[in-house]
Design a protein around this ligand. Sequence first.
Ligand code: NAG
Length: 257
Amino acid sequence: MFSKALAFLVLSVPLLATAAPAELAKRQVDTSSHCGQWDTVTAGQYELLLDQWGASGATSGQQCANLVSLSGSTISWKTTWTWTGGSGVKSFTNIQLNQGINKQLSAISSIPTTWTWSQSASGSVVADVAYDLFTSNSAGGSNVNEIMIWLANFNAGPISSQYGSDGKPVPVASNLSLAGHTWNLYSGSNGANAVFSFLPTSGTITSFSGDIKAFFDYLVQHEGVSSSQYLVTAQAGTEPTSGSATLTTSAYSLAIN
Ligand SMILES: *[C@@H]1O[C@H](CO)[C@@H](O)[C@H](O)[C@H]1NC(C)=O
């Protein structure tokens, strides 16, 4: 009996010892609400960017965002927006990764990510929920390719160089199995850089977990993107055009390995 009790004590010490740093890993972050057009809030390797780049196209509206917590590499955050008028995107409020970027695609082995979110909207909205990643010819250089991975398309649409007679964008590739889901790929330009958009073939992905290096590998193998390109920006957020909604990200993580 005594020896069993002692063995339990001995075993339980390392367990307690590993539990303590996990608690410490929950870091103090600025959880206050930010509503300025270009406000930013840094938390560990991440940065919340209000990025209301298209706000002048709205007749009225505003957007605010706040961090909720950072625990280990998992961040949670929230944004509430109302935009009226104008047919263009008003903002891309997002979480940017500031660690491990400016690597060549050929030097990246994996980009693991998780993103669990929900959106509550009042009435109909036009928006997407998406990853937005950019590559360049050099570290920190200007954008050459934009890679979007949409998890939701709320009455919006991707940039596309081809449209059908029904007015809908025509994918350059269909039914691609990548990172556990099925996607259509659209290709076009925003006037400044090439844009590749992967959209789920159906529905909305509110809990995504996978290695998104697979999307870059696809573009290198099939769409002429050079593996010597540098991944210069890795962001994930929402692009609203109109309506009113709150997007809550309960858990997000992204790493470039
Ligand atoms: C994609 O898959 C759907 C459902 O199986 C099918 O109806 C459609 O024809 C496929 N598209 C192409 C271009 O293969």
